[in-house]
Ligand binder design. Structure first.
Ligand code: WT7
Length: 683
């Protein structure tokens, strides 16, 4: 158990452990920070000089408007300068910095023993080849390409190839359903999809091509412009010998599976066939700093996913700089981020940030518990990982199995640990710190969002005294404020809405094709500020503590879902008349879904129906969104104007009788009934 005083205790970094640190002390951080927010043009201008620009910028370094009452919201960093992000990540590292033979990625497959690596030179060649393939398929600057792949090297190759030719990638997490994929393909009007035959996650086979085919069918029915599907032969990558055994030693399961997906020659093409014969040279497309780089979908409180758009120049310098400082990157590091590339963490801190710094990373296809719960620690030892970045949900999961599986492995290479995705509970923080890091490694608890492109609040490993559960202080260029409900800035110790007062280079520029929605969601509530949607507390020492979402969003295992999105999936079932979804605490996932449903006439609430409803949500959104609890409600508590009071439903789910004021409810009688028929934990 964590004692209450523990949260207030400071854990000081031991500078002798990171002697070459970029930021060796708190005053050093404070000096750099001050400059970054007072002279952002000079601060980021100096950093921009470390990158290659085909044409230097001439106009103002930063132009923006954060205030909806003064006109359109816009943010422009270095507009007029031209560059190519792929050129900066690969060509320069190979040709100028002579890192051609350095390993860019160690790829570790789902099965232990199934691994490979790729150097910067090899990666450059593959990316050029695939960029040529894309061009030969008619993909041009500004076109959208959807990528639906497991954690394999081709995923990185495909993203960078898009970036090289100025096409926008939209990576869709390979755990999403056909419906979710289809929705995302349609929203950005993409012309080409890249997927794979199949893959294993732990011992579960995911037949990706089948799901992709279903999505393509659905898209076609809805008039999509998708023309082509490029398929990576992943599971069937290696030859299988005549007697059906693997030709590789040790035999790995993926090689022994022959997954046959139906083939549509009008649409489908094999990746390896298109690549064979493609040139390893490819002139990059020179893009404006403010040209679009990628779209990444994140849940929105309206229920429809939002296409967050990032642009070339600002995102590049922000991902690169935050990676360098937050992980205190050093050339000899082996860095491992366990996030899937389908999320922003995998974009900024597995792909763009590390490659911009010439880092060596581990790319892991599998899961932490397969083939056993020591897998993470065994990978850390295998590659001598120095910097390790994971999510609180993974830490809590592994904590459950105790110290033994951790202690079986040495982990002595580790220097810095990181977490991201949700508030980390102090108990998990302390376990991570003392058991995994043996009190030797600082923990960087990084608060940020898909929309912010990179870290917003975070310790720096050799500089910031840590408090378990606090994301501590703002990163360079970030000016946080805490606002009251009425929009007043609160000073000193305070709790309220977390907002940011001025742009940093990595901020999103719009929601793809939906600028008015972008303005409404992030800028309307408090004119002049970017609104995160998170609650936050500042303590007496100025430390920031994220208290969780304050909109209708919930955070399941570090991934945001909107209650509206799950409700609309439930409502598509013929038996459901009304649905209300609230978040509920969960020991491993952080939060989980607790759903209330009212039924249409003639339907009965049975075990069968709950199973069907769970399946329906899984199919519509993906396994992440599977509800933990579904409770029958004869009716839902509503205000007199008919708005469902989720605040009260959250309390019912938790069995918290302290409801506060319920006088605004139209029918307070229903509450007692809902308390009496709560789901217990057996479901
Ligand atoms: C939301 C953003 C950023 C990459 C992963 C999630 C929550 C994220 C932390 C943290 C407390 C955190 C916030 C945020 N969150 N990191 N270190 N401490 N909360 O990206 O899906 O865009 O979710 O995740 O609620 O708004 P995302």
């Amino acid at each position: 158990m964590v004692l209450p005083g523990e949260q207030a205790r400071l854990y000081r970094p031991r500078p002798e452990l990171l002697p070459a640190a970029h930021v060796p002390s708190l005053p050093h951080y404070q000096r750099l920070y001050q400059r970054s927010v007072e002279e952002p043009h000079e601060f980021w201008g100096d950093i921009a000089k470390e990158f290659y620009w085909k044409r230097q910028h001439t106009g103002p370094f930063l132009k923006y408007n954060f205030d909806v009452t003064k006109g359109k919201i816009f943010i422009e960093w270095m507009k007029g300068a031209t560059t190519n992000i792929c050129y900066n990540l690969l060509d320069r590292n190979v040709n100028e910095k002579k890192l051609g033979d350095k390993v860019a990625f160690y790829w570790e497959g789902n099965e232990p023993g199934d691994s490979t690596k790729i150097t910067y030179r090899e990666l450059l060649h593959k990316v050029c080849q695939f960029a040529n393939v894309l061009r030969s398929q008619g993909v041009k600057k500004g076109d959208r390409v959807s990528i639906y792949l497991p954690m394999i090297l081709e995923l990185v190759v495909a993203m960078l190839a898009c970036a090289r030719i100025g096409a926008l990638h939209s990576v869709v997490f390979a755990g999403f359903s056909a419906d979710s994929l289809c929705e995302r393909i349609l929203d950005c009007g993409c012309s080409l999809l890249i997927t794979a035959d199949a893959f294993y996650r732990g011992d579960k086979l995911v037949n990706l091509k089948h799901i992709a085919d279903e999505a393509i069918r659905k898209c076609k029915d809805r008039g999509s412009s998708l023309k082509k599907c490029i398929v990576v032969k992943h599971l069937g990558r290696e030859e299988i010998t005549v007697d059906g055994t693997c030709s590789k030693s040790p035999p790995v399961k993926r090689l022994c599976q022959d997954v046959q997906a139906p083939w549509n020659p009008d649409v489908d093409a094999w990746w390896h066939e298109l690549m064979s014969g493609a040139s390893t040279e490819c002139e990059p497309e020179w893009c404006d700093a403010e040209d679009e780089l990628f779209i990444l979908y994140t849940s929105g409180s309206t229920g429809k996913p939002k296409g967050v758009l990032h642009t070339v120049g600002g995102y590049m310098i922000f991902a690169a700089t935050s990676f360098k400082y937050v992980f205190d990157y050093q050339p000899e590091d082996v860095y491992w981020c366990t996030a899937d590339i389908g999320w922003i963490t995998g974009h900024s801190y597995l792909t763009y940030g590390p490659l911009a710094n010439g880092a060596t990373s581990v790319l892991f296809e599998g899961v932490p518990t397969y083939p056993d719960v020591g897998r993470m620690w065994s990978i850390i030892d295998k590659y001598k990982v120095t910097k390790f970045y994971t999510a609180p949900t993974a830490i809590r999961l592994l904590m459950k199995y105790g110290e033994k599986p951790v202690k079986k492995h040495s982990r002595k290479s580790l220097k810095v640990l990181g977490t991201v995705g949700e508030p980390i509970n102090p108990e998990a923080w302390l376990w991570y710190y003392s058991v995994v890091g043996e009190e030797r490694c600082p923990i960087v608890d990084t608060f940020w969002q898909t929309e912010t492109g990179g870290h917003m609040l975070t310790p720096l490993p050799a500089a910031t005294p840590m408090k378990p559960g606090s994301a501590t202080f703002p990163f360079f260029g970030v000016v946080p404020a805490i606002l009251s409900e009425s929009g007043e800035e609160l000073e000193g110790e305070a709790e309220g809405y977390l907002v940011f007062k001025q742009p940093w280079p990595g901020i999103m520029r719009t929601l793809y094709g939906k600028h008015p929605q972008f303005e409404t969601v992030y800028f309307k509530k408090f004119p002049g500020y970017y609104v995160t949607g998170d609650g936050c507390r500042r303590d007496k020492d100025g430390y920031y503590w994220i208290t969780g979402r304050i909109d209708d969003m919930l955070n399941v295992s570090g991934h945001l879902l909107s209650t509206a999105e799950v409700e609309s999936a439930l409502l598509e079932h013929a038996a459901v008349a009304e649905a209300a979804v609230v978040s509920h605490p969960h020991p491993l996932k952080g939060e989980c879904l607790y759903c209330f449903v009212t039924l249409r006439e003639g339907h009965e609430f049975t075990k069968n129906l709950t199973d069907e409803l769970k399946k329906q949500v899984r199919e519509k959104i993906g396994p992440i969104a599977t509800p933990d609890y579904i409770q029958y409600a004869p009716s839902l508590p509503k205000t007199r104007s008919g708005k469902i009071t989720r605040r009260i439903l959250r309390k019912i789910a938790k069995n918290d009788q302290d409801l506060g004021d319920i006088s605004t409810l139209a029918d307070p009688g229903i509450i007692k009934h809902l308390f009496n028929s709560r789901c217990d934990t057996k479901q």
